[in-house]
Design a protein around this ligand. Sequence first.
Ligand SMILES: [Zn+2]
Ligand SMILES: [Zn+2]
Ligand SMILES: [Zn+2]
Length: 148
Amino acid sequence: MNTERLDVHDVAARQLTVIGLRYTSNRRALIEALADATAPLSIPDLMRAMPTASQSSIYRNLTDLTNAGVVARVQGTDEWARFELDDAITGRHHHHIMCESCGEVLDIDIPEVLEHQLDTNLAELAEKSGYKITHHRLDLVGRCSNCQ
Ligand SMILES: [Zn+2]
Ligand SMILES: [Zn+2]
Ligand SMILES: [Zn+2]
């Protein structure tokens, strides 16, 4: 277990405490599964990763962890909900690329230079609407190599 992983659990435990919840072993197992994943996970993915947990307990704990700001729900192109650790927990701002045909969702990092340029240009745009932006969301939607 590395220190980075320890931090994720520390933060998860602290944020659950704030809303009056305990960091139970099931919640910890969910965080482990999401931390190990390289892409957002669906409920069926999580059930495969945690064969002893019931679907209802996975749902319930995901809701609690989402309310605590530890887990983020990722909106894909299909009806499946997908989940990942919140950027605030991992300290890693990132984006998603998704297939409009099969619904696959992958994480992508936009180069720092481009992120900076985006932030600057979007802040100017937002100002025209009287907004100060706090963050941005950007999805790339297309067809994966299998679906082309
Ligand atoms: Zn596809
Ligand atoms: Zn992601
Ligand atoms: Zn970005």
